[in-house]
Write a protein that binds this ligand. Structure first.
Ligand SMILES: Cc1cc2nc3c(=O)[nH]c(=O)nc-3n(C[C@H](O)[C@H](O)[C@H](O)COP(=O)(O)OP(=O)(O)OC[C@H]3O[C@@H](n4cnc5c(N)ncnc54)[C@H](O)[C@@H]3O)c2cc1C
Length: 404
């Protein structure tokens, strides 16, 4: 078996790298210097100028043909092969850029769900503006009492003529402050077991009766929101799948989400930064890079990151064969987010008391970026289904263990 890239593939890598580097430098360089963060983390900004740049990046990514490599050509994607996709992912992660421009929810999970289960009219109406960035999407699943137990959701929709009338509340809705559209899970029948009475709607967030309220996180950012629905009318033509059978549709979206959750963390980039860090500090009174414990940990991280990369390629191959990602997408999501957390915790450990110093503090190491990462890393082990839930899925649906 030949694992080497062909000359053509190597040229694609060089071209992609050059394009990403120059575009990112032109649009974002000053931001990364000052915020000491990745460009990907700027996706949820409330700063209008940063968001405008993110939209511009999205438009350029689409015009250059990189935005939706995995979408079929019929719907405006590139229909690219696994090698091109993996090269693009590697290069994006190397620079800490967002994979899908400003519209990650649309390109990685909602668009593919509509392609698979939407009506022809929905495909014609919604897919193209996702690509151009004219319509940004978010995902309305979680509620104050329905997170891990998502099927317990209470926001309800009542059919009325050619509309549904929606009333209730969602929470933790990432990017609702930028979005024009949302996929929304609603209860349409309370008299049947909870998984059976749910429907999946496409909702225009500009409809009368919708209020979006940002929530402030421990990091100081406001990436997600509460969304309130007060008698909101949604056309019946915006139902995806059949009424009361939205659970299956919602699972398809979640599988795509988890498959991409294994991709978004630039762990190899973080490991390279950790290697630089250990060359510049001491740990237990010896140069950290010479300390056996530090070296063992870094080697373990590097092996884990390589396994993750190979798992990423494998998931991509399955998608290219037009298989919806299955429960195994939980493995990538779990591994990536837990590794990302372990890297942050390790930086915390070797920095000792310096780890407590934030950006702006005189003695903060690397502008306090490791501190911000430690605070932020745990959120990814929760979003998209917690690590405990992923382990339950792997235990029950991949390994075939009895239900816990
Ligand atoms: C950064 C971020 C972004 C998010 N973005 C969105 C978004 O855009 N849209 C959206 O709809 N939601 C979003 N969420 C919400 C996310 O999906 C939920 O937070 C998550 O599903 C967990 O639900 P919960 O917060 O209600 O916790 P709970 O479900 O109350 O869980 C609390 C704890 O109990 C554990 N637990 C619960 N049930 C079990 C079980 N059966 N077995 C073992 N352990 C269990 C959990 O693992 C967790 O540790 C986001 C969350 C975060 C952190």
């Amino acid at each position: 078996m030949d694992f080497d890239y062909t000359t053509e593939q190597q040229n694609f890598r060089l071209k992609t790298r050059a394009w990403l580097e120059s575009t990112a430098a032109e649009l974002f360089n000053d931001l990364v210097d000052s915020s000491q963060t990745t460009i990907e983390s700027l996706l949820y900004t409330h700063d209008e100028d940063v968001w405008r740049r993110m939209l511009e990046y999205h438009r350029r990514l689409h015009a250059a043909g990189y935005l939706a490599l995995h979408w079929p050509k019929q719907w405006g994607g590139a229909g690219a092969g696994v090698v091109e996709q993996s090269i693009y992912q590697d290069e994006v992660l190397r620079l800490g850029l967002p994979l899908y421009g400003a519209n990650n929810f649309a390109i990685d999970r909602i668009g593919p769900t509509i392609m698979m289960l939407g009506t022809e009219q929905q495909k014609q109406r919604y897919l193209q503006p996702m690509l151009t960035g004219e319509e940004i999407w978010c995902q309305g699943y979680s509620e104050p009492n329905a997170g891990s137990d998502l099927a317990g959701l209470k926001t309800h929709a009542v059919p009325d003529g050619d509309s549904f009338v929606v009333t209730g509340q969602k929470v933790w809705t990432s990017n609702a402050h930028h979005a024009q559209f949302q996929v929304l899970l609603v209860r349409t029948d309370s008299s049947v077991p909870k998984h059976r009475g749910i429907s999946y709607l496409l909702v225009d967030l500009r409809s009368p009766g919708i209020t979006v309220r940002p929530l402030k996180q421990i990091t100081g950012e406001m990436g997600f929101n509460e969304v309130f629905y007060d008698g909101v009318r949604v056309p019946r033509s915006n139902l995806v799948g059949r009424m009361n059978e939205g659970w299956q549709v919602s699972i398809a979206t979640l599988m795509y989400q988890r498959a991409s959750g294994g991709v978004r963390h630039p762990v190899e980039r973080t490991i390279a930064e950790l290697v630089d860090l250990v060359k510049s500090i001491e740990f237990e009174r010896v140069p950290a890079a010479e300390h056996p414990y530090v070296r063992q940990k870094l080697a373990q991280f590097a092996s884990d990151a390589r396994c993750l990369r190979l798992g990423r390629y494998r998931a991509m191959t399955a998608q290219l064969k037009h298989r919806t990602p299955g429960p195994e997408s939980s493995i990538g999501k779990l591994m990536a987010t837990e590794l990302n957390l372990r890297l942050a915790m390790f930086a915390d450990e070797i920095l000792g008391p310096y780890a407590a110093l934030e950006n702006g503090s005189m003695a903060a190491v690397a502008g306090g970026k490791w501190t911000s990462r430690t605070i932020a890393a745990r959120e990814f082990t929760i979003a998209g289904g917690t690590s405990e839930i992923q382990r339950n899925i792997i235990g029950e649906r991949v390994l075939g263990l009895p239900k816990g």
